[in-house]
Design a protein around this ligand. Sequence first.
Ligand code: SF4
Ligand code: SF4
Length: 371
Amino acid sequence: MAFRLSLSKEMNYELNKCFRCSFCRSQCPIYHAKMNETWNARGRMMAVQLLKEGKITLDDRVLDRIYTCALCKSCEKICPGLVKVTDIVKEVRTQLADAKKGPLPEHLEMLENINTTGNALAMKAISPELQKAIDKMPQKADTIVFMGCVAQYVYPTHLITLFKILEQMNTRFSVLREEICCGSYLAELGLAKEAEEVLARTAQRLKEHGVKRIITLCPMCYNTFKHDLPELGTASKIEVQHSTQVLEDALEKGVLKTIRPLKMKFAYKDPCHLGRYAELYDPPRNILKRIGGIELVELERTREFSRCCGGTIRVPYSELRNSLCRNFFDDVVKSRVEGVVTACPTCFHNLYSTAPYTNNSVNVKGNCQVR
Ligand code: SF4
Ligand code: SF4
């Protein structure tokens, strides 16, 4: 495949900062799954350099190295050169998309799904229980819960629980009926124009509804609304909160009280997009600490060094995602906890669906599920 990469000045500068020390090897989850340097951040940076110089051709092996980067930022937290690995990978993906050399067919299917059904999963209807909960809400409110594709179609009980908690707090809120995906997956795949178009559709609806505050369950939606929405210039005054921030604040102010104790030893799994991306490490922990009986244990790799579950690469690399989850559960087993809590519907999905295959009986709990 004839393709010559031409990075921007800024990304060339970033790439030149990589001095091949391979410190990133200790953190890159894909390297840990493959145990081969070409899958490490350093290997990816070398592949980008070689693509730029025209010394390698863009074959399937190279494409795999580009699209298996989970954009987890684990490498960036240890990199002595402060190389913006994820920005470089995203720029390469954008150029591949512009040259019609990427993304992969499975990724394009997700784009097609969003264009036809409004969500990446191609789901056509929400559950009757969720629909019933939505029907009780006002058509418009200053505060909306942005439901997100995974929670809305796969784990509606997480949303219904959040709705109940907000009701207990006497919060007047609503949702956007027939919500459209926030577009964060598309942006990560280098489909920048498509991602912007999708987000612009939601921005228009937020404006029509006069929304002043958005609460999200999904950390990817959180980052999209917090950082990308203002860039569209249409909704810069909207306050964006992750649900864990809302709950932490309500518990601290006494607006919400935990009632039932839960005698369990838990570990909290930091989602990449809530931890390394948004630096929200404490709100979920502070919520858990307020629940009587819970013993909160930190895993060997925690906070900015927490393991990635592979959520962003599960399509089409589901086997690789499974390896990442297995490595995570190895840490969990070592820490001798009874359960794991996370604050991201995608992390929850990955851990919940792979836990039965890890030869242990770890209980996985999602956002708003520990009450
Ligand atoms: S840690 Fe940073 S500088 Fe070192 S090889 Fe990895 S990306 Fe390059
Ligand atoms: S962002 Fe994550 S998956 Fe990508 S190179 Fe860095 S550590 Fe590896």
